[in-house]
Design a protein around this ligand. Structure first.
Ligand code: BGC
Length: 759
């Protein structure tokens, strides 16, 4: 396509028409100029290609497809390769089905366990979310199919999702809510970005110039097109100016006409329209000029892949007395509706019409050592005595029991948030009663987000399966019977109770205003800082083998922030079976002028080790590993000091630690000095101290001697240290009242103004 030529030949009306969808899933064609319509489909964990009866809520059917594990599960793999392989599978399916863009990945940060869409999102940690999103994007786009990373930005609740205003301070946005998008955009270059429904600091994301143009394009170098979430457009003309290229779905022509009108009356520049047209045509061209229509989509092969990858995502959270893995000869009671009808995906736009679903019962077909019981009803929350008794009886007859439990569809979905973190009552009672009947009871959970576990001490084993996709049954069997050694790690903290969560006091907001009061202290950044007990910490997960760490070495003891730091550590499998370990690298910052988390994840690698094998895992840390977002510089800033490089099994289990001295290459920006500047801040400013240092010293001495003059009692009451401590909070202007030097207020003002002048 000669895009510039096409633009020059297009009428204003044709240009405007390209800036919104033809219908639910297509861009518009301009036949006169040979511009084809292209189709997109929901993801993120499979295809939801709809035909005539289209909707964005997952209500109407779509073609039969493969449902891979959801974002919550794949994040638990801590494995870029898992995401890449899913991406490649989806990419092939898209080429086969002629889909130019798949709508995902969804990378919003899990601010609260209650968010209805947490099942689709990756993590409470932006580094993990960004790295995994980049891998998925690379996988899909390696097949010459676009992705749409979503929902940009600060979209962390479903409550009032189309009207709420996420009020987030600048540092928190930069450190927590934007970096997953940033990493993915910089590393993997998604073809498109989907802006969110909500407002960000008072402005709809779909009209937010700062977000869509200054940050996304100018800073991060995004070169694709931005599309709206379905129905996220309020003022289309403002949107074009802000950098929203494509409105989805169709506006029925109304907004096309508004765009034309705005250009004609001078409120919108034609260049802005051209810019969006250019971005959209670029991506259309990228897709159609490299079409691979012959790509095969082998559903059965992808089902097997989904099974293999789901097993890599399961997290073994408890395994007392090595209750797992089950032995082939052991008699096992398999209990719970979800063992027959697994909950393997979430509700809403990501809902996939799976061509096949494999439950645990299906996977166990022919296994003579298992007996089954339903245990609970999925629809009715109340305990059913008959079902429970049957399950208890089965459990009592067996060596061990496994209960497949979790959250039913109605508990968590796109479109609304949970109101509590509890499991259905029928399941809680079932677990407690079965565990009494059989001390070797294991629970497997299928859920999209953490639940409270009042029963945790009654059971010996626990596997968190999240929403594992259509082959979840095969994966569950593989993990329970030890065909696969579990290697998932929690991508989020599991609090003991909902009230422990840092956003508890302000989540969902008041009316349309959602204040992100907890700032950067999201997830483990909060629990670790508060030294708070959690049910399971971020990064935690067990294995059927054991790993030890040794020989942590840093490439330098001292660096400046323009240099990188090499970090290596050896990991050894000290058990008797092969397994995969997730090596987690955290950085702890020194005390500086802003509040910082105790530690933050700055690297992770998954390694496979045979029994007795040792491997060296290497990381490279750059400036961002040490920096915080400085709101005076509006940039990343490294404070001088000793940083601890920590290797951990989770955010709560740091096994090796060493420190490196890091020097920032720019000085910390100082507040301007004026008569209200307090002495403590003045002391940080060398230029100010050259002028005021002697005066301050004199004041200090006088202050101390005044105490002494007032007798022994006074000098005992106020020691030198005490007067120094008190004085540090006194503003500069007090020197006028306390008589240190002959100076008027105006002279003082003039002096401070001089200090602020650049040298
Ligand atoms: C969702 C998006 C989805 C779109 C299209 C919206 O309601 O928020 O994630 O891609 O619908 O179905």
């Amino acid at each position: 396509m000669d895009i510039e030529k096409l633009i020059s030949e297009m009428t204003l009306e044709e240009k405007a028409s390209l800036l919104s969808g033809a219908d639910f899933w297509h861009t518009k064609a301009i036949e006169r100029l040979g511009i084809p319509a292209t189709m997109m489909s929901d993801g993120p964990h499979g295809l939801r290609k709809q035909d005539d009866k289209a909707d964005h809520l997952g209500i109407n059917d779509s073609i039969k497809a493969v449902c891979f594990p959801a974002g919550s599960a794949t994040a638990a793999s801590f494995d870029r390769e898992v995401l890449r392989q899913i991406g490649e599978g989806i990419g092939d399916a898209c080429q086969h089905e002629d889909l130019s863009v798949i709508l995902g990945p969804a990378v919003c940060i899990k601010r609260s366990p209650l968010c209805g869409r947490n099942f689709e999102y990756f993590s409470e940690d932006p580094l993990l979310a960004g790295e995994l999103a980049a891998a998925l994007i690379e996988g899909v786009q390696s097949r010459n199919v676009g992705t749409s990373i979503k929902h940009f930005a600060a979209n962390n609740q479903e409550h009032r999702r189309m009207s709420s205003d996420s009020v987030v301070d600048e540092r928190t946005l930069r450190e927590i809510y934007l970096p997953a998008f940033e990493t993915a955009v910089k590393k993997a270059h998604p073809w498109t970005v989907m802006c969110s429904y909500n407002k960000v600091n008072g402005v709809y994301a779909s009209e937010n110039h700062w977000l869509l143009t200054e940050v996304l394009r100018d800073e991060w170098g995004f070169d694709g097109y931005v599309m709206s979430d379905w129905g996220a457009v309020s003022d289309r003309v403002k949107g074009v100016t802000a950098g929203l290229d494509l409105e989805m779905p169709s506006s029925g022509g109304a907004n096309d006409a508004r765009i034309v009108e705005a250009v004609k009356n001078g409120t919108l520049s034609e260049e802005a329209v051209d810019k969006s047209v250019r971005c959209i045509l670029n991506i259309i061209d990228r897709y159609i000029s490299n079409r691979k229509p012959d790509t095969e989509w082998d559903l059965e092969a992808q089902h097997q892949l989904a099974a293999k990858l789901a097993a890599e995502c399961m997290v073994l959270l408890k395994n007392d007395d090595d209750v797992l893995p089950f032995g082939k000869e052991e008699k096992i009671a398999v209990i719970g509706r979800f063992a027959f009808q697994p909950r393997y995906q979430g509700g809403g736009s990501s809902h996939i019409n799976s061509f096949r679903v494999e439950s645990l019962a299906d996977a166990l077909e022919g296994n003579g050592n298992t007996i089954f019981a339903k245990g609970y009803d999925i629809v009715n929350e109340e305990p059913d005595e008959e079902l429970i008794s049957e399950a208890v009886e089965a459990a009592a007859l067996c060596d061990k029991a496994v209960i497949v439990a979790g959250l039913p569809d109605s508990f968590e979905s796109e479109g609304y948030d949970r109101t509590h973190m509890r499991m259905p009552r029928c399941q809680v009672e079932l677990i407690e009663r079965v565990a009494k009947a059989n001390p070797n009871t294991v629970v497997v959970l299928y859920n999209g987000a953490p639940v409270e576990m009042p029963w945790i001490d009654c059971v010996k084993g626990l596997v968190e399966g999240y929403l594992g996709g259509q082959a979840v049954g095969a994966a569950t069997k593989a993990v329970l019977w030890g065909e696969v050694n579990p290697c998932g790690r929690l991508p989020e903290s599991f609090p003991i109770r909902l009230e422990d969560n840092p956003s508890y006091l302000s989540y969902q907001g008041e009316g349309n205003t959602a204040l992100y009061n907890e700032g950067v202290f999201v997830g483990y950044r909060y629990y670790d800082k508060k030294k708070m007990e959690v049910l399971f910490p971020f990064g935690f997960g067990l294995s059927y083998t054991t790993f030890t760490y040794s020989n942590l070495r840093l490439g330098a003891v001292e660096i400046d922030d323009t240099q990188t730091l090499d970090v290596c550590v050896d990991v050894t499998n000290t058990g008797s079976v092969s397994g995969k370990e997730v090596v987690q690298l955290y950085v702890g910052a020194p005390v500086c002028s802003v509040f910082r988390p105790v530690r933050e994840l700055k690297g992770f690698e998954k390694v496979e080790l045979a029994p007795g094998e040792t491997k060296t895992v290497a990381f490279k840390l750059d400036k961002r590993a040490f920096a915080y977002w400085n709101v005076r510089l509006h940039d990343w800033f490294v404070a001088d000091g000793d940083y601890s490089i920590q290797i951990g099994r989770s955010s709560r289990d740091i096994v090796l630690c060493q420190s490196v001295k890091v020097t920032g290459s720019v000085p910390e920006p100082l507040d301007p000095v004026d008569p209200d500047t307090i002495f403590m801040d003045l002391e940080k400013n060398p230029k100010a101290m050259r002028i005021f240092g002697p005066i301050l010293q004199k004041m200090m001495e006088e202050f101390a001697s005044q105490g002494k003059d007032q007798g022994e009692a006074a000098s005992e009451a106020i020691s030198d240290e005490m007067s120094r401590a008190m004085m540090q909070y006194m503003p500069l202007r007090t020197m006028l009242s306390f008589g240190a030097g002959e100076m008027t207020y105006d002279q003082l003002l003039a002096l401070t103004a001089k200090i602020n002048e650049p040298d």
